[in-house]
Design a protein around this ligand. Structure first.
Ligand code: G3H
Ligand code: 13P
Ligand code: ZN
Length: 350
């Protein structure tokens, strides 16, 4: 099976009332972990690469790794997605590389830091939609700005900065003006392991991030057919942080996004859930543990194997929680050519 347009994976998820995890990758072990989880649970899946990942993997390595994934797992619907594309040029490069979906993150300027104007966001997102849809490729856009900053990406906003949360009325306009396939919403989530700056005024202890789930409910009411995307949706399980810290790590106390909140989102139109940090934590904990327990070992396979297994377990847990497990064979995957024809008759994809 060739790579599937992400739009079909999201449309099918909407029909089935479930969400699909979009897992970030940078190397072979992470792709193997995701595909092993998808195979075992028979789940459709979205693999995504950030600009940082493309740079780290020199593009071609990642391209051939994803080709290996479809060759080895022909029955798993798999979309390859560019995460946080910073310009139409970056999106074009990813499409040329064979990605079946791109995110044009016009909520920020191309430097990935400064907040962009609404007009700029509409302009670049529409430009990418025109280019991508002509080839059957899916487009995710973002309205509002996420909190935090990760590897230089993000405006460094406090996660609960209400001013930059997605405005449901504007979302309606944005979707109509751009024609995008999936809308990333800012509801108080942020990238990375430290998602909350809220502190208990008495004890000083960190409090869980406050999420504006009502914005998701409202957008779903206004746009019942719009596929929403939750970024910054790692749950940062304490048990994973604990393994990291038990074996030499120094991570501060933190909270992630509770799975029941994500499930509430899924009941209200969230179809793509971005997870990176949980995979990073699982792998790092496993590597630290292995090396601490086997100080004389030096074969990378000895510690990357357990790291891959640990990530597979996290991915499996998310596939189960998001409800995508068991849905791999529900539909016949479309080609980009077929999707391209559907975009030409918009009534069928609206
Ligand atoms: O956008 C955030 C993702 O976790 C990717 O992070 O830019 O460090 O690859 P990255
Ligand atoms: P996390 O840092 O919560 O895993 O979010 C990842 C993400 O949103 C990638 O786009
Ligand atoms: Zn993101």
């Amino acid at each position: 099976m060739p790579l599937v347009p992400m739009r079909q994976i999201l449309d099918e998820a909407a029909k089935g009332g479930y969400g699909v995890g979009a897992f970030n990758v940078n190397n072979m072990e992470q792709i193997q972990a995701i595909m092993a989880a998808a195979e075992e649970l028979q789940s459709p899946v979205i693999i995504q690469a950030s600009r940082g990942a493309l740079k780290y993997s020199q593009l071609n390595y990642l391209r051939h790794l994803m080709l290996a994934a479809i060759e080895l797992h022909p029955d798993i619907p798999l979309a390859m997605h560019l995460d946080h594309g910073n310009s139409p040029e970056t999106c074009k490069k990813a499409i040329e590389l064979g990605f079946t979906s791109v995110m044009m993150d016009g909520s920020l300027m191309p430097d990935g830091k400064q907040i962009a104007t609404y007009e700029y966001n509409v302009k670049v997102t529409r430009e990418v939609v025109e280019m991508a849809h002509a080839l059957g490729v899916t487009v995710e856009g973002e309205l509002g700005a996420l909190g935090g900053i990760e590897d230089g990406h993000g405006a460094g906003l406090a996660a609960d900065n209400v001013e930059h949360l997605t405005d449901p009325a504007l979302a309606e306009e944005f979707v109509a003006e751009t024609g995008l396939d999936a809308l990333a919403v800012a509801i108080g989530t942020s990238h990375g392991a430290f998602k909350s700056l809220r502190k208990d005024p008495k004890t000083g202890a960190v409090l869980p991030p406050a999420l504006a789930m009502d914005r998701i409910h409202e957008i779903h009411k206004r746009l019942p057919h719009c596929h929403m995307v939750m970024h910054g949706s790692s749950s940062v399980p304490p048990e994973l942080v604990q393994v990291v810290n038990e074996y030499g790590g120094e991570m501060k106390a933190t909270y992630g996004i509770p799975l029941d909140q994500i499930q509430d989102g899924i009941r209200h139109g969230v179809r793509k859930i971005n997870v990176d940090t949980d995979s990073r934590l699982a792998m790092t904990g496993a590597v630290r543990k292995f090396l601490a327990e086997h100080p004389s070992k030096f074969d990378p396979r000895d510690y990357l194997g357990p790291a891959r297994d640990a990530m597979k377990e996290v991915v499996k847990a998310r596939m189960q929680a998001f409800g995508s497990a068991g849905h791999a064979k529900d539909y016949r995957p479309m080609t980009l050519e077929e999707m391209k024809r559907r975009y030409k008759t918009p009534a069928t994809v609206g």
